[in-house]
Design a protein around this ligand. Sequence first.
Ligand code: CUA
Length: 332
Amino acid sequence: MLERLGLMPPQASTFAPQVDMLYVFLLMVTAFFSVLIAAFVIGFSIKYRRRSDSQRTPHIHGSTALEIAWSIIPLGIAMVMFFWGASMFVSLKRPPDDAMQVNVVGKQWMWKIQHLEGRREINELHVPVGRPVKLTLTSEDVIHSFYVPAFRIKQDAVPGRYTTVWFEATKPGSYHLFCAEYCGTMHSGMIGQIVVMDPADYQAWLTAEAPAPAGVAAGGESLVAAGRALFEKNGCVTCHQPGSVLGPMLAGIVGTSVTLQDGSTVKVDEDYLRESILTPQAKVVKGFAPVMPTFKGQLNEEQILQLIAYIKSLGATPSASGAADAQGKTGP
Ligand code: CUA
């Protein structure tokens, strides 16, 4: 009903009804106590008003039962809110393993989006209905925030690190995308749309030969293939190949833990790969000399994401190309 009155955005993701239910609960609790307390304030001010100048206020010594009651009841209500909200937060932060991966780079003042299969778009994100989609976000400059009211999701895109958010769209259609973090003069113009399509239409869209959006190199090449080209062009392959003593082998490394020179361990995830590309000396794997040059300023965020997609695609097998081709089609 609120949706039809224009008071609430449409519910178009699996999260939307859940978030709204919690929201309505908070609203009801707040309204209930506001009305109750206001009624008591007004009622008591009439009932206990001063009736004559000689009237004295009696001494009140308090009531333990009352004190306990008005501590326990709000505590119980607050705990319901906490566990309800926390369980939703946890599920929002944990994308399902089979989620489709999409990379999003915020930039003053646009959203640049790369699909794993190679299609790129600006200020538009096409997704299939009924499939979990995991977004990996970062920014080229300042903090932006990826906000889709119809999905009830909002996640900051922060320069220098990766953040993730996921959703599963439930209704085909076109929905607003906003930047929800003030990011400069054209912040209000940093808008776009999410296009939710039937899975078959999405597949057709994905493989269609599309003209590249203005300002973007023609797409078409999968992220893994683009990453492999960068891997070769930037000479990464020289040191990161079987038998090399200069750099660690990258096949199958993602998701494992590596031991560093000081004996500590670090989990190899997207953030560690990114750091190692831009600040190679920060966490050098034990047994290797800190000889890797930095690629800061030579690669943009989208290219770093392509490299990471390629490194993730490298299975434990030394035949990198076979694994890469398989991954490129099925996702991470
Ligand atoms: Cu980007 Cu506001």
